[in-house]
Design a binder for this molecule. Structure first.
Ligand code: HEC
Length: 114
């Protein structure tokens, strides 16, 4: 243990801090990318905040990312059948799908009982 030992420890602490902040950043980037995509490709039916404007389009606000991702993959592969969603999902890339999952799950929803 000399001065080098301390340097190494400090270096490791900085690396951990860097990794934490860079992962937070990339999550924020995913949400922003998902939002931008949703605004142009999904908002017409699922609403700008994921609250649907069409009676037969489900609300996506607050939905779990893993669920959104799985449904979009299923629509894309044809495992889940719906004429409209099959057409839309066909053009989505894996990274767009994961960004969309991040966005819809990041929307905060509140529930009121009557
Ligand atoms: C033209 C209208 C329309 C557009 C645009 C649209 N959707 Fe949909 N979406 C629907 C309808 C209708 C359904 C219900 C389909 C069904 O019954 O399977 C649906 C279902 C879904 C579901 C399944 C929800 C659930 O609860 O199982 C997801 C996820 C979804 N859409 C995501 C998206 C995303 C992401 C986009 C944009 C890339 C998008 N949709 C664009 C109409 C639309």
């Amino acid at each position: 243990m000399g001065p080098n030992y301390l340097d190494e420890r400090i270096m490791k602490i900085f690396i951990v801090i860097y990794l934490i902040f860079s992962s937070l950043n990339s999550y924020a980037d995913d949400v922003a990318a998902g939002r931008a995509k949703a605004d142009t490709a999904c908002a017409l039916c699922h609403g700008v905040n994921g609250l649907s404007t069409l009676p037969n389009a489900p609300n996506l606000a607050g939905q779990q990312a893993i669920y959104v991702v799985e449904q979009l993959r299923n629509y894309r592969s044809g495992k889940r059948q719906n004429e409209v969603m099959n057409m839309i999902a066909k053009n989505l890339t894996d990274s767009e799908i994961s960004h969309l999952g991040a966005w819809f799950s990041a929307i905060k929803v509140s529930v009121e009982t009557p």
